[in-house]
Design a protein around this ligand. Structure first.
Ligand SMILES: Cc1cc2nc3c(=O)[nH]c(=O)nc-3n(C[C@H](O)[C@H](O)[C@H](O)COP(=O)(O)OP(=O)(O)OC[C@H]3O[C@@H](n4cnc5c(N)ncnc54)[C@H](O)[C@@H]3O)c2cc1C
Ligand SMILES: *[C@@H]1O[C@H](CO)[C@@H](O)[C@H](O)[C@H]1NC(C)=O
Ligand SMILES: *[C@@H]1O[C@H](CO)[C@@H](O)[C@H](O)[C@H]1NC(C)=O
Ligand SMILES: *[C@@H]1O[C@H](CO)[C@@H](O)[C@H](O)[C@H]1NC(C)=O
Ligand SMILES: *[C@@H]1O[C@H](CO)[C@@H](O)[C@H](O)[C@H]1NC(C)=O
Ligand SMILES: *[C@@H]1O[C@H](CO)[C@@H](O)[C@H](O)[C@H]1NC(C)=O
Length: 694
């Protein structure tokens, strides 16, 4: 049924079916009951808004929801993709991401890199969500925080510029803003025991809009993970969300355990709201550019509006902005929007034929991504993929469809390099000057300075025991089990840029993979470590022969060659609008304001200046919450009511819908999951019996 090649591509891409471009059956476009939120149309959009949010993705919808809590503040969201309301069966069941996903459909930007010189000249797929919720609508739902020292390193990088504003990004403050977005429900006892789940409930938020929990279904092989890591010398992380994420753990997920659905920025921050007169959302509307007042100070250009269109050749429409434009197009979309607005590196804009409004050499630069590669074995035990393929009763149940991979580990240089860890770090430090001279894809001295600053900060973190490699267990394919090794701190920095005058042409993506030697060396050791974990007890009892890359790939040279030909993105690009001093090719300051522009901010995953050992959704929620607070404080709009002291104005609190807050439900079988019918209830008991026997 599934060829080995398709399987490998699937697992290689963080277990997401990149190649399986799913066809959306027509019957999903059936008439639906009127949705709680009526999106405005381009005909009904107002002439002006206080805030225009360019991109209705993860961060954009958080900010829209928070800013519109004040009924006197008007907010417009412009989103290039559709609402997603026509494809609920693809968005909502968490495991749908593996078995029948939106990747490769019109809900995916389906970006591609340029040929990667140091990675077999390959053109690699870079999916990104093109739908309300953005990539949070199509992602793998892993809920992982960066480490405290990484977040503080980021803060330190901008503190020299603005010490007091940089405090927003200090770990404790940033943790508070991440927690504000969250509502944690502990795992079911059976699931917790089977998988050895460890967590500290108080380091995840309570009462926030985004649901965080664990699947309702578990497989015994996941329980092999932590003991096998320990047998390989990798300790378990007792509190991975509290600032020390290194070690092994079964990560929580962004899923709603009251009905086993994906929790993402739209379902968390927008759907539960009653209609708000002051919040308009316009879908199928690509922002084509920000309009600036040509008479405004050239060192502080004033944005007067935003132009958008639904098609490349269609009519353009302009909406005026009274306060600010907030750019939330993501790591590719935000630089794309700004460059087409005339902001960015002069050489890029000149070559593309876009008139320069404000020169910003660092825009699109500093791009860092995580790369992943995997080892595959034949499975001697049943996998989630086997169950799904069987078409059994179980395979159709919501609990089963809530199972997604999340057993991971962040491993440090001492585990990867043993006695050579110090020497590896020294080699990297000594290569700084030459790397800065030869590997930066920009001639701007500011950008080179930023490259050095990011490089040094990343190198200095190495002795902290941080995860340089993430290991991930994948069991969603029939007959096979994989362990991935994903690079977390790339020393290769790439860039994105435009090469035409139309924003409907894709942005050019050049991550410059493996341009720095350290990245290949780290991944090589990561791959070897993945093999060691697979050979450790008890994991080895579940595995048959290694089928990929197989015994023919064993020497360092063979592994390096193989990595160049097979490593893929782990989907975590960042830093294309880096928060750095302007003298280091920065794009935004500590308040997220774009240098050289009076009233434009960027507030999404593109602003993290350095790579985190984490999947990026949780920090992006935190960044968006913090952005909304910064903006509200500036314009002195009332801040969000505290969750426990809700004043009863349901229109001002996304949590007001009790059912979206599962603090009191769905934990153990006994305490009940009030929204389930009797039939589903009985099924759940069957599933638990199955779990125990299995
Ligand atoms: C396949 C995949 C799997 C992932 N798995 C995980 C995971 O398991 N856990 C995790 O934590 N993270 C994961 N991530 C990463 C995470 O989802 C992203 O880092 C996060 O969504 C970034 O948020 P954002 O707001 O910066 O961008 P996005 O969420 O991508 O939002 C950007 C939005 O802007 C819109 N847009 C872009 N350009 C324009 C324009 N010109 N006009 C109008 N709208 C525009 C886009 O359509 C999109 O809706 C994954 C990502 C992908 C792609
Ligand atoms: C690296 O990880 C190992 C195994 O988890 C641990 O024993 C060691 O203390 C860590 N090193 C540092 C510097 O934290
Ligand atoms: C822009 O770059 C892409 C990727 O290299 C290429 O396919 C495309 O033809 C280029 N477009 C123009 C107008 O040069
Ligand atoms: C709301 O929370 C903040 C910080 O968490 C606190 O300082 C403030 O007193 C709270 N306000 C109310 C009304 O409870
Ligand atoms: C929310 O919960 C409270 C307390 O349990 C209850 O009194 C109230 O009626 C509920 N509101 C809704 C809308 O269900
Ligand atoms: C899941 O439950 C939440 C409330 O907890 C609700 O808002 C959402 O609409 C439900 N999702 C589906 C697909 O039923």
């Amino acid at each position: 049924m599934w060829s080995r090649e398709i399987f490998l591509t699937i697992v290689a891409s963080l277990s997401l079916p990149v190649l399986c471009s799913s066809h959306i059956p027509n019957n999903y476009h059936h008439a639906r009951a009127l949705h709680i939120r009526n999106y405005v149309t381009s005909a009904s959009v107002a002439d002006s808004y206080d805030f225009i949010i360019a991109g209705g993705g993860l961060a954009g919808l958080v900010i829209a929801s928070r800013l519109s809590e004040d009924p006197d503040t008007t907010v417009l969201v412009l989103e290039a993709g559709e609402s997603g309301d026509d494809v609920p069966s693809f968005l909502n069941p968490p495991a749908g991401t593996y078995y029948d996903s939106l990747l490769g459909t019109s809900y995916d930007w389906a970006h591609k890199t340029v040929p990667q010189r140091n990675a077999g000249d390959r053109i690699m797929p870079w999916p990104r969500g093109k739908v309300l919720g953005g990539s949070s609508a199509i992602n793998g739902m892993y809920f992982v925080r960066p480490s405290e020292v990484e977040v503080n390193a980021w803060k330190d990088m901008i503190a020299s510029d603005d010490a007091s504003s940089s405090e927003a990004w200090e770990w404790n403050n940033f943790l508070k803003s991440m927690k504000k977005s969250e509502n944690f429900t502990p795992p079911r006892a059976e699931v917790e025991a089977m998988a050895n789940i460890r967590y500290q409930a108080d380091s995840i938020g309570a009462g926030g809009p985004m649901q965080v929990s664990y699947p309702g279904f578990m497989l015994p092989v996941v329980g092999n993970w932590l003991p096998s890591l320990e047998a390989t010398g990798i300790a378990s992380a007792p509190d991975p969300t509290g600032g020390k994420n290194y070690g092994g753990f079964v990560a929580a997920l962004s899923i709603n355990p009251t009905n086993w659905t994906r929790s993402y920025s739209k379902s968390a921050y927008i759907d539960p709201l009653p209609p708000r007169k002051n919040l308009d959302i316009l879908v199928s509307s690509t922002v084509t550019k920000i309009i600036f007042d040509e008479k405004s100070d050239s060192a502080s250009r004033v944005a007067t509006g935003v132009e958008f269109s639904s098609t490349a050749s269609g009519p353009r429409k302009v909406v005026n902005v009274k306060k600010e434009v907030i750019v939330t197009g993501g790591a590719l979309g935000s630089p794309h929007i700004l460059m087409h607005s005339g902001v960015g590196p002069k050489d890029v804009l000149d070559a593309a034929g876009v008139p320069l409004v404000s020169e910003l050499p660092g825009l699109g630069q500093h791009l860092q991504d995580h790369m992943t590669a995997l080892v595959v074995w034949d499975a001697k035990v049943e996998t989630a993929g086997d169950i799904q393929q069987s078409g059994s009763e179980i395979s159709k149940q919501a609990e089963f469809m809530s199972f997604v991979n999340s057993a991971i580990a962040y491993v440090n240089t001492s585990t990867l390099f043993a006695a050579n860890a110090g020497e590896f770090q020294t080699n990297i430090r000594n290569a700084l000057a030459e790397s800065a001279e030869t590997l930066v894809p920009s001639k701007s001295q500011e950008v080179v300075e930023g490259y050095k600053a990011i490089y040094s900060a990343t190198e200095k973190l190495m002795p902290e025991g941080l995860g340089q490699i993430e290991l991930l267990l994948s069991i969603n394919s029939p007959g096979a089990i994989a362990i991935q090794a994903a690079l977390q701190h790339a020393f290769s920095q790439g860039r994105v840029y435009i090469n035409s005058t139309s924003i409907f042409d894709p942005i050019v993506v050049d991550p410059n993979y493996f341009s720095h030697f350290a990245d290949l060396v780290t991944m090589r050791e990561g791959l070897k470590l993945a093999r060691r974990v697979g050979q450790a007890s008890p994991m080895r009892d579940a595995l048959g022969p290694e089928t990929f890359p197989g015994p023919g790939v064993s020497s360092d040279a063979q592994i390096d060659d193989w990595l160049r030909g097979n490593a893929q993105t782990e989907f975590h690009p960042a830093a294309t609008c880096a928060m750095l001093p302007r003298s280091q090719g920065g794009v935004v300051n500590a308040k997220l304001q774009v240098y050289g522009l009076a009233n434009v901010r960027v507030a999404d995953a593109s602003v993290f200046p350095l790579s985190f050992s984490a999947h990026l959704a949780s920090p992006t929620y935190g960044l968006a919450e913090q952005a909304a607070d910064i903006i509200k404080t500036l314009y002195k709009t009332p801040s969000a009511p505290n969750d426990s002291s809700n004043n009863g104005d349901s229109d001002s609190d996304p949590n007001a819908d009790n059912s979206s807050n599962s603090k009191n439900g769905g934990i153990s079988l006994g305490s009940g999951i009030p929204s389930f019918s009797g039939a589903i209830w009985r099924t759940m008991i069957c599933v638990v019996a199955f779990l125990v026997i299995f």
